[in-house]
Design a protein around this ligand. Structure first.
Ligand code: BG6
Ligand code: MG
Length: 218
């Protein structure tokens, strides 16, 4: 491992809390199919791609659907989700995010996004954060979902930085696993019991500093 030269950020759960909107949209879909979907169930969808999320939802309701029906259901959920996303603004950026991004820029540390979401560009635009990211790798540009490291490897390549000099910020266990599988360092955003495999776990980006980032240098 080397000195930190780049930071790669997951979006949902790290920069913004979109999980609550995903939850409303999945719950409505479940209710329409005649079963319930709880907040606890929603935890299982964090970091998981849209189609895999739908498979988990259908397994909870013990419902079977054809591939064609699944595509229609995922589209319906996304259209509903987008009505919430389109109302979002910079006030929904999680605490400390902008300050930390600005600190990284000042220190000449490169910044990329590594998200499973196909709505990542739209969300960054709503939050007015797009210009902070030198590279944006999202659900539209990867074939393999986290815990596969593809999204972060592509991010590091786009920045021209070696994996060992990158730090990934992630709130999902699958995302932490993806970072480690890619040979990167990882800061978990959330709880130690879920994200314990990360090199460091903090409550949120408001808890980050150059000193803490420096702990990952060696
Ligand atoms: C991840 C979220 O970032 O993106 C998941 O944590 C979500 O909950 C996934 O399912 C895909 O998002 P989208 O916007 O492409 O449906
Ligand atoms: Mg996330």
């Amino acid at each position: 491992m080397g000195k930190v030269k780049a930071c790669l950020f997951d979006l949902d759960g790290v920069i913004v809390d979109t999980a609550k909107y995903h939850y409303i949209a999945w719950k409505e879909l479940a209710n329409e199919m005649g079963f319930d979907f709880t907040l606890e169930d929603n935890e299982r969808l964090k970091g998981v791609s849209r189609m895999t999320s739908l498979d988990i939802l259908l397994s909870i309701g013990q419902v079977e659907k054809s591939e064609e029906e699944k595509v229609a259901l995922a589209t319906k959920k996304n259209e509903n989700y987008l009505t919430y996303i389109l109302k979002m603004g910079p006030e929904e950026i999680l605490p400390g995010t902008k300050e930390f991004l600005e600190l990284l820029q000042k220190e000449n540390i490169k910044i990329a996004l590594g998200s499973a979401s196909k709505n990542a560009m739209l969300i960054l635009e709503r939050l007015k954060l797009t210009s902070y990211f030198e590279a944006i790798i999202d659900g539209t540009s990867v074939a393999k979902a986290k815990p596969d490291p593809e999204v972060f490897i592509k991010g590091a390549e786009a920045l021209g930085v070696q994996a060992e000099d990158c730090v990934v910020f992630e709130d999902a266990e699958a995302g932490v696993e993806a970072a480690l599988a890619g040979g990167m360092k990882c800061v978990g955003i959330g709880k130690e019991d879920v994200l314990g495999k990360a090199h460091l776990v903090v409550d949120g980006l408001h808890k980050m500093s150059m000193q803490k980032l420096g702990l990952l240098n060696d």
